[in-house]
Design a protein. Sequence first.
Length: 160
Amino acid sequence: MDKPVIGIVMGSQSDWSTMKHAAETLKSFGIGSEAKVLSAHRQSDRLHAWIAELEGRGFKAVIAGAGMAAALPGVVAAQTRLPVMGVPMESKLDGLDSLLSIAQMPAGIPVGAFAIGRAGAINAALMTVAILALSDPAIAAKLVDYRANQANGSETPRDE
């Protein structure tokens, strides 16, 4: 697998049970990712330092998962020009609180908001794949295969 080009960040270790689906989806396309647990509230200095180095390290996008106040995706988006995909975690109000926090960003700080939980993590990864496919024919071919295979009940891209 190539060096990581997608950052996966979550506010708590317990979020990994959901966010691992994003990492697995990216891996199935041969896309490297780096996963970090960095709380927007408890580790803001470490989070800021990580975000500040992403572009210089060649990262292309960030998938950020958060629950409850779900500030993490917005904080990341406010500090980088990379696309940020927000994955709401199941939380106090079945994740609705997280979804609304991610979706209700102020103008100028865009965050792509996805479904709550596992489906959101997978779709955030697939959106990231689609963005990368715009400039990478190999990834584009794998994405075409993935979508064709969905009709056959198989969602794993073929290795080339």
